[in-house]
Design a protein around this ligand. Structure first.
Ligand code: GLU
Length: 295
């Protein structure tokens, strides 16, 4: 009996394809274990598939030893995945194709601004409009004549590719909605992000682009992750609609917080799964800590 361990209602649910998509920039901590378990349980409870995706597009920050540690730590926790993990850094050509298509449709433009250019413009403007990720891009390069952009590219000036948000929103003719588990449908407002970056010179494809491309390619039906990434859904639904990719459903879970109420983060030295294991904790104990209810 394949589903014997799961509650009866799960047996009626449609098989979900979920994924855990860590970036190998450090060792996994309890927050990652929580995200992985959340996705794994949903796939296993419905007889679906649980995929592992290594989000290593930022090749300057990702390390092979952390990637190996991810596989080993998940195994130790008792999580198995279906198929071979997808490594994003092996697929830059696929992301490039999407960027080329969006460019041909006039939905992206090259932006030559440095961070300092943007900060100066935002400061000069006084009260710059804020988006979920900080001040909105003030649009300095949005209407650069083609000849000027071509000249700068030919001269080797570094640039990012930005989504022309106004045109992108216009290009979508159906109402843009997203389904969040436990909340239902909401109307998306990607315009609050402004002209997001879809690719840079050093990292040729952005998180938003790769995550939506791969979720579509891999047939992910339920996108699960921590609720810090919930606002990104509106941009993701826009990219999905622009590219004709299917709309997955979303289930964001509460982040694990430390005793002081701060979210766990690698950069703040959150204790790694490996350190907990070396201290002598069992996988079952670590799973229980990772899945502790959060208020
Ligand atoms: N790679 C992202 C992270 O490590 C997660 C992406 C996602 O689940 O959409 O935070």
């Amino acid at each position: 009996m394949r589903f014997a361990r799961y509650p009866a209602e799960a047996m009626d649910a449609m098989p979900e394809i979920t994924r855990f998509a860590p970036s190998p920039t450090g060792l996994l901590h309890l927050g990652h274990a929580r995200a992985a378990l959340f996705a794994w349980r949903r796939a296993r409870a419905t007889g679906g598939r649980f995929l592992l995706r290594i989000e290593d597009i930022d090749t300057t920050r990702c390390r092979p030893e952390y990637e190996a540690a991810i596989l080993e730590d998940l195994h130790w926790l008792g999580l198995d995945w279906d198929g071979t993990p997808r490594k994003q850094s092996e697929h830059f050509a696929e992301y490039r194709k999407v960027l080329d298509e969006l460019a041909v449709r006039g939905l992206t433009y090259p932006c030559f601004c440095t961070r300092a250019d943007i900060a100066r413009e935002v400061a000069d403007a006084g009260a710059a409009p804020q988006g979920p990720d900080g001040p909105l891009y003030p649009g300095l390069c949005r209407d650069l004549p083609d000849a000027e952009a071509t000249r700068r590219i030919a001269a080797g000036q570094p640039y990012a590719l930005r989504l022309h948000m106004a045109r992108a929103c216009e290009a979508v003719t159906v109402p843009l909605q997203a389904h969040e588990e436990g909340e239902g449908w909401h109307m998306c407002r990607p315009e609050v992000f402004g002209d997001v970056v879809l690719g840079r010179k050093v990292v040729p494809a952005s998180y938003h682009l790769c995550v939506t491309h791969d979720d579509a390619l891999q047939g992910v039906t339920l996108v699960t992750r921590g609720d810090d990434l919930k606002p990104a859904v509106d941009v993701h639904r826009l990219l999905q609609a622009l590219m004709g990719w299917p709309a997955p459903r979303f289930a964001h879970h509460a982040l694990l917080r430390d005793a002081a109420g701060r979210r766990l983060a690698k950069r703040d030295g959150a204790e790694s799964l490996r350190a907990l294991r070396e201290k002598g904790l069992s996988a079952a104990e670590v799973r229980a800590m990772a899945e502790a209810p959060q208020s």
